[in-house]
Write a protein that binds this ligand. Sequence first.
Ligand SMILES: C[S@@+](CC[C@H](N)C(=O)[O-])C[C@H]1O[C@@H](n2cnc3c(N)ncnc32)[C@H](O)[C@@H]1O
Length: 303
Amino acid sequence: MSLNKQPRDTYRPQSADLEVGRASAAGMYNVYQGGLGLVWADWDAAQKVMRAGRGEVPIAARENARFAARAAAWAARAYGIEQVLDIGVSLVEGIQVPTVEEAVRGAVPAARVLACDNNPVVIRHAQAWRGSPDSGYEHVFLGDVRAVEQILSHPELTRRFRRDRPVLVALVAVLHFVAEAEDPVGILTRLGEGLPEGSVLVFSHACAPEADPAAAAMAAGYENASSDLTFRTEPAVAAMLQEAGWEVTDPGVTDVQRWAPPGERYRGEPSPSVRVVGAVATRPRVGGRAESRARAARSERRP
Ligand SMILES: C[S@@+](CC[C@H](N)C(=O)[O-])C[C@H]1O[C@@H](n2cnc3c(N)ncnc32)[C@H](O)[C@@H]1O
């Protein structure tokens, strides 16, 4: 298996991330974890966020990455899934983190693992360094979760994934870069509707109480970056998944430091001032109980 290079004619950088001096979500996340980021502005903006987070941002970032790898590996094995899509693949240069692709391929060696990101520089990095035959991505492509249908119908995905087999989607620490006006519930709903039955979601999201001053200060660090950061409350994150028709499995929506597969225990380094919550959720069978509940919740929301 090899990582195919994206053909030149389909590769169109379309974001302002390439602007010199503009921080990106991926670059800042890399700095939180001890990397250098992509540009100086990543380092600069990341310092602001880390100061506002009272030193806990690196802990939360590390634990989030550990959650992604742990939950994806467990879910792939537990649900017997061999098709994995990692949305928001980010950078791993200069840092020691467990990666989704290595963890999944360690748990299910036959898994085909694809990834996408909306940052073209991140795509170039992943294409160059994360495509090893036995533990890497089979292919990475440019894709924006706000246009989730385009990701699911991307030719590189449709020619590799079978429509009649479930897919494990990792959407980890990405949806907090989607503003309310961009309809995060709609994105999660369309993601579920576009996937085969039996598909599974590994999900995480930055979390804070309403009008929390520290969260506002952290979000301010993203003001000049390529994406804004939107904290949501823990109940709001759980409601988003439910409303979109995803059925959250045990132990529910919980801090990434505490998420463990059913019957197991995990206690990571705590970061009580900087919370990221995670969950594993299944796409219910069409017409199933959770789907009817989700439909009811959606129609209640409509004016
Ligand atoms: C905080 S990093 C999380 C990386 C990885 N999923 C993890 O949890 O370790 C967020 C990643 O999502 C990407 N991203 C942000 N908004 C996105 C969007 N609308 N569509 C796809 N990727 C996005 C960023 O470029 C970045 O690589």
